[in-house]
Design a protein around this ligand. Structure first.
Ligand code: 2BA
Length: 109
């Protein structure tokens, strides 16, 4: 069994939820916050049999698209003015950032 953790943009979260349900995957959605942009995103936790891993990854890929987002000006940390970026910059935000972990045990009590 594998555990998929997928960080996706909020805009794609409903579409991905519906696609997972349609294909009989079970998932949990967590409200999360990106460390860099400090903007809301959604983390899906999906437990799946090994033989359906690729199918789940394909569904995530098909339902999550990359977009550019404006990152706010980065304030200087530790007083180093050289590091200050005074204007907003555009960064590409995935698609989906996906981690696949082996599951040692799975229980439902
Ligand atoms: P954020 O941390 O808010 O990052 C949003 C986007 O900002 C990133 O998109 C990337 O293009 C850019 N970015 C992030 N850190 C940066 C930095 N130190 N310098 C310059 N640009 C930076 P993605 O890479 O597609 O990531 C989208 C979201 O996925 C992230 O939101 C974060 O919530 C999650 N994520 C990405 N990589 C991760 C990792 N290695 N571990 C845990 N979560 C991760």
């Amino acid at each position: 069994m594998k555990l998929i953790m997928a960080v996706v943009q909020d805009q794609d979260s409903n579409k991905l939820s519906h696609a997972l349900i349609e294909h009989h995957f079970r998932a949990t959605k967590l409200a999360s916050t990106g460390g860099f942009l400090k903007a809301g995103n959604t983390t899906f936790i999906i437990g799946t049999d090994d033989n359906r891993l690729q199918e789940a990854l394909d569904i995530i890929k098909q339902n999550c698209k990359s977009r550019d987002q404006v990152a706010p000006p980065i304030s200087p940390m530790g007083g180093n003015a050289d590091a200050y970026v005074p204007y907003p910059v555009e960064v590409p935000v995935g698609g989906a950032t996906v981690f696949v972990l082996p599951v040692e045990q799975f229980h439902q009590f």
